[in-house]
Design a protein around this ligand. Sequence first.
Ligand SMILES: [Zn+2]
Length: 304
Amino acid sequence: MKKLKFSRYNTMFCTVASLALLASCSSNDEAQMDESGLAVSEGFALSGDDLIFNDFTAQCSYVDGNWSSTAYLNTTMINTTQTNFIYAQNTKIANVFGQAAVTLKMVHDNSNVNSTYNAISYSNPKKIYFGEAIYVAALAKGQIVPAMILAHEFGHQLQYTYNLPSKKESTARPNELEADGFAGYYMRKPTGYNATWEQAGPGFEFAYAIGDNNTTSAGHHGTPPQRRSAARLGWYLGNYDLSASDFDYNFFYYYDNVLSGSYRTTTPERIDPKIDAFIKSKMSELRKIQSGEISAEEFINLGN
Ligand SMILES: [Zn+2]
């Protein structure tokens, strides 16, 4: 049994005096502040979806400062089917990028369920916390959607590991759009989710229409049309086998073209001519997604 360790946060918020429960909170490695590492929080806005929650037994465990004081962690994702599904996805996503799976846990909060409408990827130690509320809302749109969100979060893990994105802006936009791109890549890969666009398109529309228009705020995730075009670009790159760093290089080569509307005439050596010819044949579509000329509904029906 692990040595008992009580952080001041556990003590502060723990009102249950049972020794058994205390032991159960304190043996949780995650019940401490993540002080040294980075944490990318999606900070999703709540949608109007009706959320249905399972009745979980209350536990005493403080998660960290990114979640409410009454939140707690466990490894049950809604039910056994979802738990098996999402842990299998967690391994598959990591394997597609030649990585080992990272710790994945669900955050619950019985007294403030809406506070778990978020997913967070942490750098040190590497872990992903998936909020119950966003999982439930995503699942209501289809089984593929929680997998997409997880792939986006794993994209942030790749950024931590490989010091990506290579492009920096004054907001989180390149980090977030690249994570959308990684999810698009994973969804298409035959060794990944192996989805058709018919399956993936509506999922992206749910997951990435959550973009924001606060283009100067530090947490800016890209506008909804930019998130669609980033996911679509990643989807196209999923036709090829790319390392995380090569994905980044390709993504930002075309990202510049797609987002700024400028077009580079000289293709750098590191870009594979086959990929270049293919992506350039899709560039007009990507621009139209980004500009909003292709509507959300048309986006869903773009086809492979
Ligand atoms: Zn993100």
